[in-house]
Design a protein around this ligand. Structure first.
Ligand code: CP
Ligand code: NVA
Length: 315
């Protein structure tokens, strides 16, 4: 089967088939091996990338900027203090202008709709580098990290404990449902992922064989191959912090919870940044089961893979 990526955006991961995700993961591994070999490539020479950030970032910005720049591309960082992003000029007009000057656009911000409008009006690939609803490039790096540890992530069980309705949990649910990885969201009922997404993922899981569960019961970590958590209050939700601490304290990933998997091989994942002492204890994130730093590195390889696939004639 021939796959076609050229010119496409990455907005949610719902827009990519399991075969396409498979291809991107394999390409990410190839890109990682290339980077370790020290060989220099210039596959983005003559290309430009706009990096639009309404929210802060360390990993996503640095992954896009270094992956693109080291292959000869020219990335331009633009925070919303620098450009008109719906202020003084419509978003549609900004998108049209950016599309005339850049080969592609990365957007990190609040509304998913902004990423979608940018894609529609710029006519160049738009990569969602995190919105309130989705974090698709993170989920690709997470699957890659699972595969590095287990060979194959199909049939393995990933448990996410914490804010079950946040962008990271939602994107993990999508990629696991598509790729046949069992996914359990352990969260208090108030923070359940929405029904619409759960229905979509249930249908995807039927096709892949994944088991997707949502439960408030932390005992459900039993047997998990990986425990994953994320901050209790995402960017833009800082005013909910007190309430989240109350709701999510019982869901902290600590050594006791790691032991409750009753699986010696369980690994710990976190998208980072982490608030140590809240969603995860220092001993777990710094301990031998943690793969958080490999996971952070894999952001760069997966991001390079998606840009190679959509901007060059590699596939
Ligand atoms: N995981 C992640 O997206 O990190 P940043 O917020 O630092 O980009
Ligand atoms: N859920 C977090 C992820 C950060 C990478 C946030 O949106 O702040």
């Amino acid at each position: 089967m021939s796959l076609s990526f050229f010119g496409r955006s990455l907005l949610t991961l719902l827009d990519y088939s399991p075969e396409e995700i498979r291809y991107l993961l394999d390409l990410s591994k190839k890109v990682k091996a290339e980077s370790k070999s020290g060989k220099v490539f210039r596959r983005f020479e003559g290309k430009t990338l706009a990096l639009l950030f309404e929210k802060r970032s360390t990993r996503t910005r640095c992954a896009f900027e270094t992956a693109f720049g080291e292959e000869g591309g020219h990335p331009v960082f633009l925070s919303n203090a620098d450009i008109q992003l719906g202020a003084k000029e419509s978003l549609e007009d900004t998108a049209r202008v950016l599309g005339r000057m850049f080969s592609a656009i990365q957007f990190r911000g609040f509304k998913q709709e902004t990423a979608e409008i940018l894609a529609r009006y710029s006519q160049v690939p738009v990569y969602n580098g995190l919105t309130d609803l989705y974090h698709p490039t993170q989920a690709l790096a997470d699957l890659m990290t699972l595969e590095e540890n287990f060979g194959d992530a199909k049939g393995k069980t990933l448990c996410f404990t914490g804010d079950g309705r946040n962008n990271v949990a939602r994107s993990l649910m999508i990629i696991c449902a598509k790729m046949g990885t069992n996914f359990t969201v352990i969260t208090p009922g108030e923070l359940n992922p929405d029904d619409e997404l759960r229905k979509k993922c249930a249908a995807l899981a039927q096709a892949s064989g994944a088991v997707i569960k949502v439960t408030p019961d932390i005992a459900e970590v039993k047997g998990a191959d990986a425990l994953y958590t994320d901050v209790w209050a995402s960017m833009g939700e800082e005013n909910k912090k007190k309430e989240r601490v109350r709701l999510l304290s019982p869901y902290q990933v600590n050594q006791r919870l790691m032991n409750m998997t009753e699986n010696n091989g369980t690994i710990f994942l976190h998208c980072l940044p982490a608030v140590k002492g809240e969603e995860v204890t220092e001993d777990v994130i710094e301990g031998p089961q943690s793969r958080a730093w490999d996971e952070a590195e894999n952001r760069k390889h997966t991001i390079k893979a998606i840009m190679l696939a959509t901007l060059t004639k590699i596939n």
